[in-house]
Design a binder for this molecule. Structure first.
Ligand code: PLP
Length: 390
């Protein structure tokens, strides 16, 4: 979350004064409906669903794709565990692929990991770094796979001019506190595919969707039991304000990232970018030759958490519930114990993606603020240059 203030307060005040807080209502404000319309227009997709979280959007999309027991879904070795958990929530099995020096999924390794059970690929635009979507889409076409873009850390980013989350069959945004735009919590599913939309619509709000408003008008999918991932008018009011700010936040992040990278050119190497123009600009990744150099830099910057390989949250080796194959509390609900999955579960080991571990421990991040002044950026550049000498 970068910019939140008076605009959001005023819109939330109106919602509270209207006393219409439920998503489907007959009041004048219609925040949720307007938010979904504005998202469709902004991102150029025919279907959007706002939800309680990015995880909710990912899981709903997978259900919408018809993915379940007996299916494998390829995820990158470097992502928040929620990506892999969404696969398990659908009853399927995550297969972990290496990332390359862009820190996003390595298309060459994706191709190597495809089996007869593979149904989808989830490229994750981690830290707002766009994945190599042209190569991913080509592979998906060749093997007839779905592509679900996890753009939870990349609200508003793009790849070669096309918005992230709109290139694959479906995409997911997160609006939790740590994202480019935020309502504290929240998420959205975007898709061009009517089937995915109808199933995700039912799955994300399976008790209320049939009873409130006209949500099922024109829907041909038979209702089935799913989840309760419905949002509310307060969240929607905040997100409508945030959506209006999105492109300015991104422009300022990108300008500040460029200013700092230009000043550091020649002093250090950076991670590879698949599209620097579309990158969200939240993070600079400095790439070192050795882990010792990265460690020394992080220490000099007093930023021990800046090495992506050492966050304890985002590397496959740290995804305890996946690595330990604890797919559900009840054993009969656990995809790792299901008969349909018995021949398709990989042998997860902590060192199975050596290439990713090596790269991720040789990088140190600099987080960017869209609100930095030139003087603040110059001070940051001086601090980085000094730390690079360590
Ligand atoms: C890459 C990635 N995927 C999925 C999620 C899940 O989003 P949420 O926390 O909104 O469920 C996150 C959240 O941090 C994320 O970073």
């Amino acid at each position: 979350m970068f910019r939140i203030g008076i605009e959001e307060i005023e819109e939330v005040k109106k919602v509270i004064e209207s006393k219409q807080l439920f998503k489907v209502n007959s009041g004048e404000l219609q925040e949720s409906q307007n938010l979904e319309t504005e998202m469709r227009e902004k991102f150029g997709v025919p279907y959007t669903l706002t939800m309680t979280s990015g995880h909710a959007a990912l899981a709903s999309a997978l259900i919408g794709m018809g993915i379940g027991p007996g299916d494998q879904v390829i995820v990158p070795a470097y992502t928040y565990i929620a990506t892999a958990i969404a696969v398990v929530a659908a009853g399927a099995i995550p297969v972990i692929a290496e990332v390359d020096e862009s820190l996003t999924i390595d298309p060459a390794d994706v191709e190597k990991k495809i089996t007869g059970a593979t149904k989808a690929i989830i490229p994750v635009h981690i830290q707002g770094f766009p994945c190599a979507m042209d190569q991913i889409m080509e592979i998906a076409k060749k093997y007839n796979l779905f592509v679900l873009e996890d753009a939870c850390q990349a609200d508003g980013g793009s790849f070669k001019g096309q918005r992230l989350a709109t290139i694959g069959d479906a995409g997911a945004f997160s609006f939790n506190y740590f994202k480019v735009i935020s309502a504290g919590e929240g998420g959205a599913l975007l898709t061009k595919n009517r089937e995915i939309f109808e199933r995700a619509l039912i799955y994300h709000d399976s008790s209320a969707v049939a009873f409130f408003g006209t949500q099922l008008d024109g829907v041909t999918e038979e209702p089935f039991c799913g989840q309760e991932f419905r949002t509310n008018e307060i969240t929607a009011a905040i997100l409508r304000c945030q959506l209006k700010k999105l492109d300015t936040i991104l422009a300022d992040l990108r300008a500040n990232k460029k200013y700092i990278m230009d000043a550091l050119a020649g002093d250090c190497a950076f991670i590879k970018s698949n599209d620097i123009e579309g990158d969200c600009g939240t993070t600079i990744g400095i790439l070192f030759k050795t882990t010792a150099e990265a460690d020394r830099f992080a220490e000099a910057m007093n930023a021990p958490g800046s090495i992506p390989g050492k966050t304890k949250k985002h590397i496959y080796a740290d995804w305890a519930s996946i690595m330990n194959k604890r797919g559900a509390f009840h054993p009969l609900m656990d995809p790792f114990k299901m008969e349909a999955n018995k021949d398709i579960i990989p042998n997860y080991t902590k060192d199975m993606c050596q290439k990713s571990l090596d790269i991720l421990c040789r990088v140190s991040y600099i987080s960017i603020s869209p609100d930095w002044t030139k003087a603040e950026m110059d001070a940051k550049i001086a601090e980085i240059k000094e730390a690079l000498k360590a």
